[in-house]
Design a protein around this ligand. Structure first.
Ligand code: PLP
Length: 392
């Protein structure tokens, strides 16, 4: 027996473990100081009340023989897929319920979607970005090339027509940079994918944070139905990080080598996935009701206010950053040419504020730092004040 040799190629990523270790050591050495965490990558506000009501009702169904539910359908219940299709329609995108696969979250689908593609494909991944795309493709033994981003392109990597790729991951608004593509930029990616006969895997996990007039879906772009799969999540939109639900859209028209990618993914899911629980799908459907949207929006607004607090402080300090406006993340250039880890130590020592060094998100993240808007107003305001004090 041999293990998958590609696991040897994974670079150990101790980013969050190291952050926790350093933070704990600091707290032990300075018990009198209140450490403020702006590195939180998880939501903190509770679920919308109507969503919890729907989940409770779903649980009640399971108590009675007449309404009990067993295995769900692999692709999700129709009522939820219809609600998701209506949601797309609300921002002008036509997706039919039959094109939607309900999932237990975008992370699984980002990693698992590779099952339908050959290992011989070359994968293009923006740098910096959510590390799951890289690791999942290393595990599968695919060749990875990177699309660099930085101040020159405002952390929005663009295609290089001299380089061929078969699979392209895009994440907009991006984790960790918070940068979001406009329609013209996405059109360039779609054109590039069509020219290369490539497939775009478009991670729209943060689409609900978009406030400006920017595309909420890759399907806002002409030609995308011929080259793109979209992955989405209720984690940040509706606080489902612990509940687990997301969805993936594969247009019926999307084909390669004469095969429907939709059918291949259905086959894959039918083999390796047994669906999302009844109560969770009931809750997820309520997210897309008018009242669910209103209540979820309140949480998003709360995080948005935090993001603006951080952004305004950085504006005043004259520090370059991306994100914040259309994203819960703010990605800033470390002052005085510090590396991400140097700035981490500096902020912790001088201000007792914790963020995340950019180094962990890719080579282009060196010298950058991620702050998040998931803490409370009070703690965010206090952290911002401390940052201004030590950097002002
Ligand atoms: N995609 C991106 C870009 C993310 O940042 C995250 C979570 O942080 C996910 C996907 C994971 O989503 P889910 O919780 O639905 O698995």
């Amino acid at each position: 027996m041999k293990i998958n040799q590609h696991f040897y190629s994974l670079v150990p990523n101790y980013l969050f473990a190291d952050v926790a270790k350093k933070t704990n050591a600091f707290m032990a050495a300075h018990p009198e100081k209140e450490v403020l965490r702006l590195g939180i990558g998880d939501v903190t506000l509770p679920l919308a009340p109507v969503v919890v009501d729907a989940m409770q009702k779903g649980c009640e169904d399971l108590r009675h023989r007449e309404t009990f539910k067993g295995y769900p359908e692999y692709e999700g219940y129709d009522f939820l897929r219809e609600r998701i299709a209506d949601y797309y329609q609300s921002f002008g995108v036509q997706v039919s319920p039959e094109e939607i696969f309900v999932s237990d979250g975008a992370k699984s689908d980002c990693g698992n979607i590779g099952d339908i593609f050959s290992q011989d494909n070359t994968v293009l991944i923006p740098d910096p970005v959510y590390p799951v795309y890289v690791d999942a493709n290393i595990m599968a033994g695919r060749r990875i090339i990177y699309a660099p981003s930085g101040r020159n392109n405002h952390f929005l990597a663009m295609p290089d027509r001299n380089i061929h790729a078969d699979i392209i991951y895009l994440c907009s608004p991006n984790n960790p940079t918070g940068a979001a593509y406009n329609a013209a930029q996405l059109k360039e990616w779609v054109d590039y994918a069509l020219e290369n006969d490539a497939i775009i895997l478009y991670d729209a996990a943060y689409e609900a944070f978009i406030r400006d007039d920017l595309p909420r879906s890759i399907y806002c772009i002409e030609g995308a139905r011929e080259c793109a799969i979209e992955l989405c999540s209720l984690s940040k939109t509706a606080g489902f990080t612990g509940v687990r639900c997301g969805y993936t859209v594969i247009p019926r028209t999307l084909q390669r080598e004469g095969k429907s990618l939709h059918d291949l993914w259905y086959r894959r899911q039918a083999t390796k996935f047994n669906g999302v629980s009844w109560a969770v799908q009931c809750a997820a459907a309520e997210v897309f009701s008018a009242e669910g949207q209103r209540q979820c929006r309140q949480n998003l607004d709360y995080y948005h206010e935090n993001a603006l607090m951080i952004a305004h402080a950085l504006d005043e300090l004259g520090i370059y950053y991306t994100g914040g406006k259309n994203s819960p993340y703010i990605w800033l250039e470390c002052p005085a040419r510090m590396t991400g880890w140097e700035f981490f130590d500096f902020l912790l020592e001088k201000a007792a504020v914790v963020g995340t060094p950019g180094d962990g998100f890719g080579h282009c993240g060196i010298g950058y730092f991620r702050l998040t808007s998931f803490n409370t107003h009070e703690k965010t305001a206090e952290a911002v004040e401390r940052i201004q004090r030590v950097l002002g």
